[in-house]
Design a protein around this ligand. Sequence first.
Ligand SMILES: [Zn+2]
Length: 440
Amino acid sequence: MSRASEPSAAFAFGDWQGLTASFVRAARESPFVAAQLERSGLSAEQAVANPPAWSRLRPTRKHDLIADQDGAPPYGSRRCVPAPEISLVVESSGSTGKGREVHYLSRDDLGRSSRAWARYLEEMGIGAEDVVALTFPIGMAGGGVRHWYAYVETGAKVLRVGGLSSERKLDAIRYYGATTLVATPAYVDRLAVICAESGCPPGELGIRRLVVATQSLSAEWIEETERLWGAKLFEWYGTSAGIAAFCCRLGMAADGRRGTLHWNPAVAAQEVVDPRSGDPVADGQRGELLGTPLINEAEPLFRVSTGDEVRFVAPRSCPCGSNWPGIESGTVRRLDAMFKVKGINVWPAQVEATLLEDREVLDYRVRIYQDGGKRERVRLEVLARPGHGDELAERVSRTLQGETGISFEVVANHDRERWSQATAGEAAKASRWVDERIGT
Ligand SMILES: [Zn+2]
């Protein structure tokens, strides 16, 4: 069968009927969705006429969500259940300078979503016999708490080690015989170092499965980490709006090729589109991921723009043989510049805005790296006006910590000549932000 004859494959509408019914209902009940239609110049019936018409529906963007919340706090005009029926509220992680998104689930939504995520985890082989060390904090962000519900739904035991020191995390992993470690890639590295320093190679911990959050990762890092831990790497993708994808049983890499993060088309309609034309991309091509959760009654959202650039994997293209569509593992990239440091989202635009408000700062550059102990660090060099030094560095560090939740090592520099040499010519075009961490 030629790809041209199945355009809907790129849209991945497994449950087109379910999507159209929930969209038509939401268009009636949610002023937010009605406004989305108005922006698009479409009626609800026109938008769901067929997949090409659907692709004319303007995506839901972050600023739309924030403006909606600001207009009707805290849940916005998009709330479609009475407030007492809301059971879980999450916020987008970090601080963006553009505000935090608020998302929420009814009790029924939470049940459906936890079962859907549990099914993904079961595809990765997780079940009642597993003990899971969850290193993400159970905070206001969705990642930690939604994983907690999902792993519990599989019957696995979840060690909520996010609040413990690294040493105590390792003690808990050993004591309870954890089989699965859920962490950021950099934190997997960090734990390996601490473990080795305590005289125990990570491979002897008994962890069989490493589940890491989305980040661009090199094939070498994947191979080396699996060897070091004697464990298989799996990846998941998730946003605070509830758009999710998980590795299948093949993991992040198998037989020398990258794995696939799949989604179940019965619970989500995800599209990968060319960011310029808005057209769906073909199998193997890159584009922006747009997501539509199909199981949310409290906050129905359609075509949510993720700002993530991904490679589309059509149904049945993954060697696992699944007819669930997906995206390539290990190669998700941000379309707008954003960095994740210690699991927190940092937007350069926000840091820049903060720095340039300080009259003593003339220029800056940032380096994100891992130190000898594999800790993630952010070094910020500022070019300061003459006569301003330590005090400026302290002030900038304190302000940025408050704004972003990340601690910056700030170094003030006064030598304008050397500074301009270092950033002249080709380097002047280079980004002020350099990410030297693994795999990036
Ligand atoms: Zn697969």
